[in-house]
Design a protein around this ligand. Structure first.
Ligand SMILES: CC1=C(/C=C/C(C)=C/C=C/C(C)=C/C=O)C(C)(C)CCC1
Length: 295
């Protein structure tokens, strides 16, 4: 079964969970899943870096960890001092990252620029839909991070523009890329299911469903393939073993963090700022990995 078939089946399970678990429960489960999968699917960046980047091939692990932590720290400082620019970049980078993960196996032929625009717009569509259905909450979190009051009233127009670009480029890929043609109906169905899920679920739960089922699990699959050459039980276990301690430390961190900040307005703002700091380097590492595996 293709990895996205698991995603679609599990997405229906989450729809069913919506009516069985109260919102607060789904909120906590969503946070736990975002952090767990966020950490697990980013934990092996340090293993991928030397394989994807020739100049880092023979560097000792401790040096790589040092470089990685320095980059994360720089982004965290950037987020602290220039939150408005940082959040815009964070959303734009993440949109490309989500789109690239989703489409890189489907659009393999043709020129780079239309592919880049298509992947970027697809990611923007995903974020745009989540943000549109949960506008007030998203405005509150962004305002808490940036301290600048914002409104997302422009989202409908933006989504319309993105939709037009995606349809136009969709026609182009339909004519030029065989795999795209055979995938199109399935992908439109996925998008419809996702739109319903985003509409009926709370913000954190909706985001966690996309992030875990549609981004992290396919990403884990690609990473295991890249590092070990094949996805099987023993390689999955090897990968998870490597990520395990990072995960334990992060979950302990999350629990402490939740207990300390749960009653403050800025809990979600702090959480997303942390996610952003670890996301920036991850986006570059995975982009390099895809380039390397397609060359
Ligand atoms: C959902 C959401 C936000 C954006 C989150 C993003 C952009 C997450 C990206 C994560 C990635 C790409 C992780 C690594 O793989 C905001 C703007 C903070 C506002 C509140 C809701």
């Amino acid at each position: 079964m293709k990895i996205y078939h698991y995603s679609i089946v599990l997405s229906f399970v989450t729809l069913w969970l919506n009516s069985y678990i109260p919102s607060q429960g789904l909120y906590l489960l969503g946070l736990f899943l975002i952090l767990s999968f966020g950490i697990i699917h980013g934990a092996n960046d340090i293993v991928i870096i030397p394989n994807a980047h020739k100049s880092l091939k023979n560097k000792p692990l401790i040096k790589l960890i040092g470089i990685y932590l320095t980059v994360v720290l720089c982004f965290a400082l950037f987020f602290t001092f220039f939150p408005s620019i940082a959040i815009i970049l964070f959303i734009l980078f993440s949109a490309y990252h989500f789109g690239e993960q989703h489409w890189h196996n489907i659009i393999q032929e043709g020129s780079k620029i239309p592919k880049f625009i298509f992947e970027f717009c697809y990611g923007c569509l995903i974020f745009g839909l989540i943000f549109m259905f949960h506008q007030t909450e998203v405005e509150k979190i962004i305002t808490d991070i940036t301290k600048v009051p914002i409104t997302l009233d422009f989202l409908q127009y933006l989504l319309l523009g993105i939709g037009i670009i995606l349809i136009a480029l969709g026609f182009y890929f339909f004519k030029t890329t065989t795999h795209f043609k055979t995938q199109l109906a399935e992908q439109i169905l996925y998008l419809l299911v996702l739109t319903i899920i985003f509409r009926v679920s709370d913000l954190i739960w909706a985001f966690s469903i996309y992030f875990v089922l549609w981004h992290s699990i396919p990403s884990l699959n690609d990473q295991i393939h890249f590092i070990y050459g094949e996805v099987n039980k023993s390689n999955i276990l090897k990968y998870l073993k490597k990520a395990f301690w990072y995960w334990v430390i992060s979950i302990i961190g999350l629990v402490v963090f939740y207990l300390l900040f749960k009653d403050t307005r800025i809990f979600e703002a702090l959480l997303f700022s942390f996610l952003a700091a670890i996301t920036f380097p991850h986006v570059f590492v995975i982009n390099k990995m895809f380039k390397q595996s397609s060359s």
